[in-house]
Design a protein around this ligand. Structure first.
Ligand code: HDD
Length: 729
């Protein structure tokens, strides 16, 4: 069934190619993979002689019903679409592998976490949550980070996000959350955006979402690239060792390039200039051999420590502060191969939180427990048959053997009479694996208590970790959160919803609430939340959450500030970055080539942007412009460089060059100008903007080497101290 994805399946040669009859050349195996180079056939293999004209009665006559070739082609086309995912519809994925640094045999029996010699194949899909399949990549949203590992003990999926917490504590609220976030049902507006009444109405009545709100209003929801995002399993899981001992665990993916983001104005522009910004970047990087890498980290907690902290480890709206429970890095994942076919792989891949391997188990997190129902159910509706696990991208790489049979689109041809157990005929049915032989055994956690629809009081603090997040932000990060809330809430038409949100914000931080209130033209809140949430959360929130109006950080194990939450402490480098080099006839080619070389040495890419594509008559040799002002934009780059050269004063007359520099400046990116281009830069930026310490580099002489070095070091950084950013572009 499985084919090596690199090799096309056997093709059927035509008579014309080798002079032999087709019948003699039917391959023994079913060709599953095609590179479309074999002669054109119908879906049952009949060679097609004319694919340009349908069969008609006379050259100008009506089309004949007999034309099964036309009918088959149109019919297949008519059925090409499957339902898009109800959430996470827009995504992009890549293949790769996972390697373990050290065995975790003290904690788990899972081979993928104990065998350091193995290279486990993975397929990883990144996604936005709210938008449709055709929406823009840079919407403000959580990013899905779903990893499928093809282990020798079956597929293990970590179906995570790039944010470590979630909006709600109980899966029963998920359909409400998503209905509120999706376009409003009467008008189907807005697409891929939360800046509308129904979302904020729901949020303002759901205090448990406040921690998550701080994360999505931060720049975490505007990643620079997939490879610059963290990933989180979010829930608490269990690791089980050979002695049956359970340890609670949270999974983290730490990007080797660090965590970096865009800013909102930039993200909005990118959505128009290149809606495929993230998927294109990943595709191009992998194609160029710049693979994406993350380290897998774990935080662990013993059974005895389950109730040690003032947050509940079963509450998915809470993190375990890294200062309290450090992340141990245990392996590395590398994405090194683009999919061969978007539909067959990225669209048809089916993740499921219940795809576990022996040695890993669930916790009682009520959000996780609900997800464990939802994923299989959704795949049945999306992919249409329980045989979706036989699709090449979903099929485990280890043997699959059981008595499940039939259903639509069955691929496996099960031989023999036995499809039941116990059986003695035909060599009997597959044997169960014993626990000692690696069979999955659920952790025998003791369970007792009455059947209730209630939430534990230990889930009751909704503001403590929101405060921890706010307090851990740098100044610019706080400013971006304020601006995000000003934007989002100003788009809400219902005043009562805006006011309710201000009340919640006041409970997180008064300055934050005050600044948002000012932009909304509202008085600052008195810290009382007027509307209580409905249902079971009410009493719980009343017990701790709403009552807490102090500035003390609670539910954080005593941690008041966590550097791990801020992106300000992340390493920056030019690696994986893209730089625009503005060129026109008369540019100093040697300088351009020296810059390109220096960027490439640093793992970055320099792209020449000119007034037209192709030949640029450089001083010192010809150059080729790869992009023009018509098909690219400043927002698609991490830095902009205007080289020197006798012809470069011409650039000042190209209005787009001004916009390029001014916009890069506005978004805090490094900009540089040499020689003849310095005047252009000065004219593009506000007075006083030229400041090397603020990433604005100039060099009036022609010897640019020192500036090139300084510039390359600056690529990847953002200079938030530019005080005049609001006045330009
Ligand atoms: Fe979910 C898809 C992540 C809560 C129900 N979810 C989906 C995907 C990711 C997540 C990454 C896309 C997988 C892919 O690329 O195909 N979901 C999360 C995280 C959650 C979460 C990190 C909270 C911690 N999800 C959640 C809940 C429910 C669902 C509480 C329902 C009770 N999620 C789904 C779904 C989807 C899905 C409807 C849609 C498509 C799919 O499953 O395959 O079943």
């Amino acid at each position: 069934m499985q084919q090596d994805n690199h090799k096309p399946g056997p093709t059927i040669p035509s008579e014309g190619q080798n002079g032999q009859s087709l019948a003699n050349k039917i391959p023994a195996e079913h060709p599953m993979m095609t590179d479309n180079r074999s002669p054109l056939t119908t879906n049952v293999g009949q060679p097609v002689a004319d694919d340009q004209n349908s069969l008609r009665a006379g050259e100008r006559g009506p089309t004949l019903l007999e034309d099964y070739i036309l009918r088959e082609k149109l019919q297949h086309f008519d059925h090409e679409r499957i339902p898009e995912r109800i959430v996470h519809a827009r995504g992009a994925a890549a293949h790769g592998y996972f390697e373990l640094y050290e065995s975790l045999s003290d904690l788990t029996t899972a081979t993928v976490l104990t065998d350091t010699s193995a290279q486990t194949p993975v397929f990883v899909r990144f996604s936005t949550v709210a938008g449709s399949r055709g929406s823009a990549d840079t919407a403000r949203d959580v990013r899905g980070f779903a990893v499928k590992m093809y282990t020798p003990e079956g597929n293990w999926d970590i179906v995570g996000n790039n944010i470590p917490v979630f909006f709600i504590q109980d899966a029963i609220k998920f359909p409400d959350l998503i209905h509120a976030a999706k376009p409003e049902p009467d008008r189907e507006i807005p697409q891929a955006a939360t800046a509308h009444d129904t979302f904020w109405d729901f949020i303002s009545l759901t205090p448990e979402s406040m921690h998550m709100i701080m994360w999505i209003m931060s720049d975490r929801s505007l990643p620079r690239s997939f490879g610059m995002m963290e990933g989180f399993g979010v829930h608490t899981f269990r690791l089980i060792n050979a002695q049956g001992k359970s340890t609670f665990v949270k999974f983290h993916w730490k990007p080797v390039l660090g965590v970096h983001s865009l800013v909102w104005d930039e993200a909005q522009h990118i959505a128009g200039k290149d809606a495929d910004f993230h998927r294109r970047e990943m595709w191009d990087s992998i194609k160029a051999g710049n693979f994406l890498e993350w380290e897998l980290g774990i935080q662990t907690l013993t059974e005895d420590e389950e109730q040690k902290y003032d947050f509940d480890i079963l509450d998915a709206t809470k993190i375990w502060p890294e200062e309290l429970l450090p992340v141990r890095r245990i392996g590395k994942m590398t994405l090194n191969r683009n999919p061969d076919n978007y539909f067959a792989e990225t669209e048809q891949v089916a993740f499921n939180t219940t795809n576990l391997v022996p040695g890993i188990d669930f916790s009682n997190d009520p959000l996780l427990q609900g997800r464990n129902f939802s994923y299989l159910d959704t795949q049945l509706s999306r992919l249409g048959s329980p045989n979706f696990t036989e699709l090449p991208i979903n099929r485990p790489r280890c043997p699959v053997s059981n008595n499940q049979r039939d259903a639509q689109m069955r691929h496996t041809i099960d031989k023999g009479r036995v499809s039941y157990a116990p059986a003695s005929l035909d060599g009997h049915s597959p044997d169960e694996a014993t626990p000692a032989g690696g069979g999955f055994v659920s952790y025998p956690a003791a369970v007792n208590g009455p059947k209730v629809r209630a939430r534990s009081e230990s889930f009751g603090d909704h503001y403590g970790q929101a405060k921890l997040f706010w307090n851990s932000m740098s100044g610019p990060e706080k400013e971006h959160i304020v601006k995000a809330l000003q934007f989002e809430l100003s788009m809400v038409e219902t005043r009562a919803v805006r006011q309710r949100m201000l009340e919640h914000l006041h409970k997180i931080n008064e300055v934050l609430a005050g600044q948002v209130a000012a932009a909304l033209g509202e008085p600052t809140s008195n810290g009382q939340v007027s509307a209580k949430p409905r249902g079971t959360a009410d009493s719980v929130v009343g017990a701790q959450g709403l009552a807490d109006a102090t500035s003390e950080t609670t539910a954080s194990g005593g941690v008041q500030r966590s550097d791990a939450l801020s992106m300000a402490h992340q390493p920056t480098s030019a690696k994986g970055r893209k730089v625009a080099i503005l060129v026109t006839d008369g540019v100093d080619s040697q300088q351009v080539n020296a810059l390109k070389e220096a960027l490439s040495q640093a793992g970055a890419q320099g792209e020449l942007v000119g007034p037209h594509l192709g030949d640029i008559d450089g001083k010192g040799g010809k150059l080729a412009a790869q992009k023009t002002y018509a098909n690219t934009s400043s927002v698609l780059y991490d830095a902009v460089y205007a080289p020197g050269g006798s012809g470069m004063s011409e650039l000042a007359r190209q209005g787009d060059a001004h916009v390029f520099l001014a916009q890069a400046y506005k978004h805090g990116k490094p900009v540089a100008a040499i020689g003849e281009s310095v005047a252009l830069l000065k004219n593009s930026l506000p007075e006083g903007a030229i400041d090397a310490n603020a990433g604005v580099l100039t060099q009036t002489g022609q010897n640019a080497q020192a500036t090139i070095e300084q510039f390359v070091k600056a690529v990847g950084k953002r200079y938030w101290q530019r005080s005049l950013v609001e006045t330009v572009a």
